[in-house]
Design a protein around this ligand. Structure first.
Ligand code: GAR
Length: 223
């Protein structure tokens, strides 16, 4: 990927589209050299479609229920993504499992965000699972998508504390705030040609190591 060119994104959504909004905002602020070529939802009533339209972005609805097999649904996704010359597929709250049909059409070019510190709490309702398990730290992960759900090579993670009175909803909001920070950053790293997949790991060129990165301890300890 040439570092000076705007990368063409295909964003897949199923719901609110707040991550889509964070990506749009990062592009509009000039922090992410990208262009959203198409927003595709598998749900016609996804509020994220309105966000896209408000910003003049092309949208498409592909209802998964029209297809007998996951592979057929994916083939239609591929057709529309290719029609829009998409270079990177960005799953942003897209609640469908992708198959080899889509993944082989975009090898190492599909990203997802998941609301947990993977490999913990894969699958749906990760925030509820974290509250119920009683973990002290939760968070979110951006990773490349492979055929194994929520298992692909990890690009970036953010951790947040879990408080005793947290509900699924309060934790969801705290995590979401961090999702909106890390997803545009992961896409920017890709656009800059700085991500290389080596085995199950992602190598980041010029990995930014900051002295300011804090160690999160929860509950806090006196030092
Ligand atoms: C986000 O929390 C995202 O991490 C999650 O769905 C939400 C979508 O919010 N994704 C998954 O759980 C995928 N397994 P959004 O539509 O407002 O971006």
């Amino acid at each position: 990927m040439a570092t000076n060119e705007r990368i063409r994104l295909g964003v897949l959504i199923s719901g609110a589209g707040t991550n889509l909004q964070a990506i749009i905002d990062a592009i509009e602020r000039g922090e992410l050299k990208a262009e959203i070529a198409i927003v595709i939802s598998n749900k016609a009533n996804a509020p994220g479609l309105e966000r896209a339209s408000r910003h003049g972005l092309p949208t498409a609805v592909i209802d998964h229920r029209r297809f007998a097999r996951r592979e057929d649904f994916d083939a239609e996704l591929v057709r529309v993504l290719k029609e829009h010359d998409v270079e990177l597929v960005v799953c942003a709250g897209f609640m469908r499992i992708l198959t080899h049909v889509l993944l082989s059409a975009f090898p190492n070019r599909v990203m997802n965000i998941h609301p947990s510190l993977l490999p913990a709490f894969t699958g749906i309702d990760a925030q509820r699972a974290a509250v119920e398990y009683g973990v002290r730290l939760a968070g979110c992960t951006v990773h490349f998508v492979t055929e194994k759900v929520d298992e692909g090579p990890i690009i970036i993670q953010a951790a947040v504390p879990v408080y005793p009175d947290d509900t699924e909803q309060t934790l969801r909001e705290r995590i979401l705030e961090q999702e909106h920070r890390i997803y545009p950053q992961a896409i920017a790293l890709f656009q800059q040609g700085r991500l290389e997949i080596v085995g199950r790991k992602v190598r980041i060129k010029d990995f930014p190591i900051s002295q300011k990165t804090v160690c999160l301890v929860n509950p806090p300890i006196d030092e």
